[in-house]
Design a protein. Structure first.
Length: 229
């Protein structure tokens, strides 16, 4: 527990003066809306309840609230999300966001159970995590990473835990809908055809930008399922 608190303190301290974080938050929320549209999710966030687990400096807050959503951020200083109950009543959240969280958990079972508890029926879980097949040994450069995922293992994990309509896709930001299809072609584009990140300062053509070494996953809590009642 103490190592997780130390990690949280270090992470927030190193991010707090970075003005680009608010820009990243806007890009993340725009990307979420694109993928929700693919999955026939809500076209608007107005009136939606958002819970952001592992929120850090809460850089997503402004982008969600600008669109009329209510936002609650939870991190290790609030509870241990690997073992504790989340401080949110059951079935009160429309969209649960967990960015760069699950790779820090040795056993995600309790974490996913709590997410299912607080999500409304038909609510969405949106997460990202490194893709071990793309980032390789660099995954372990973060000493708090304990559990790597591939797109196959992430999909299987979410389906095993009762989520439906699971879409696993490269974690592009602000791309057109077709880039989030989760197909072999989209993964090939991310790894080989766009070798530079979308935020690179190197003066290269835009069509070479957008490469990524992570995964997005969007999935839904079923509206009718005895396991969730």
């Amino acid at each position: 527990m103490s190592s997780k608190v130390n990690y949280f303190t270090h992470r927030v301290r190193t991010l707090e003066d970075d003005s680009s974080r608010s820009i990243l938050g806007e890009r993340e929320v725009k990307t979420l809306l694109t993928v929700l549209d693919i999955q026939d999710g809500p076209k608007s966030l107005n009136g939606k309840s958002i819970a952001d687990l592992g929120c850090g400096d809460q850089h997503l807050r402004a982008a969600f609230e600008l669109r009329g959503a209510s936002y609650q951020g939870i991190d290790i200083n609030d509870c241990n999300i690997e073992t504790d109950s989340l401080p949110i009543p059951s079935e009160k959240v429309d969209i649960l966001v967990a960015m760069a969280v699950i790779e820090h958990l040795r056993d995600p079972g309790h974490f996913l159970d709590e997410i299912k508890r607080i999500l409304r029926h038909g609510g969405a879980l949106w997460m990202d995590t490194p893709d071990i097949e793309a980032c390789g040994s660099k995954f372990w450069n973060d000493p708090t990473h304990v559990h790597p995922y591939t797109r196959a293992s992430l999909r299987t994990l979410l389906e095993m835990n009762g989520f439906k309509d699971v879409l696993v896709t490269p974690n592009y930001r602000c791309k057109k809908r077709s880039m989030y299809a989760g197909t072999d072609w989209s993964f090939f584009q991310a790894r080989y055809l766009m070798p530079f990140s979308g935020t690179t300062k190197i003066p290269v053509p835009s069509f070479l930008k957008g490469g990524c070494t992570g995964l997005f996953a969007l999935c839904i809590k079923p509206t009718i399922d005895p396991k969730f009642s």
